[in-house]
Design a protein around this ligand. Sequence first.
Ligand code: C5P
Length: 206
Amino acid sequence: TSGPTHEPIDPVRYIANRSSGKQGHAIARALAKLGADVTLVSGPVTIPDPDGVKTIHVERAEEMHDAVVSRLPADIGVFVAAVADWRVATSADQKIKKQPGDAPPALQLTENPDILKTVGHHEKRPKLVIGFAAETQNVEANGLSKLERKGADYILANNVSADTGIMGGAHNRVTLISKSAVDHWPDMSKSEVAERLAALIAKTFS
Ligand code: C5P
C-alpha cells in the first residue's frame, strides 16, 4: 500500500494527511525491478504509477482494505500507506451548507479498519509482513509495540516531525525493527531506502 487515504465529509470535502506516496511507490518499483510480481494499492497521489507494477487506485481506507484483502494470498505484504485512523461516521450526500447563524458542524468520527493488522493476523497471512510507523516521538518504542500488535515481521519506523521534511520529501531516515534487532539506517533517498528494503526481502526468499 502507498499514499494517504481521503475520508469524505461530503461530496466536496475530505479528511487527508501529508503522505505523498513517494516511499511506497519506490518500494513497489524496487521490488518489481528485482523480479517480483507486484500489485500496488495506492491512495490518492499526484505521482505516476510505477513501471512494471499493477496499480489499483483507491480513495478511502475501507476501499484500500478491500483491495488488499482481495489480493491475498501473497508471499509478501508491504504496508507503507498513511491510512486515516478515522473516517466520518456518516458522510453527507450533499454539500454541507453554511447557514447564517448556524454553529459549525460537528464531525462524528469512527475507526477505520487497520489493514496491516488484518493482514498480519489473516489466515492467508503472507510469509513476510512489513509495515511502517510514522511517529513524532518515542519512535523506537512505538515501532516495537506496532510490530507486536500488528503481527508484522518488520517495522520501518521513522520520525515524521515537521522539521525532518520526511513527509512529502525525497529523503527518509528509518529504523528497521524486528523481534531480534533494531537497525538504524542512515539518511537516504526514498529510492535508496526502497532498494535496501527490497534487497533484504529478496534475501529472505533466496
Ligand atoms: O497508523 P499507524 O502508525 O498505526 O501505521 C503503522 C502501519 O500500519 C503502517 O504500515 C500503515 O500502513 C499501517 N496501517 C494500516 N491500516 C491502518 C493504519 C495503519 O495498514 N488503518
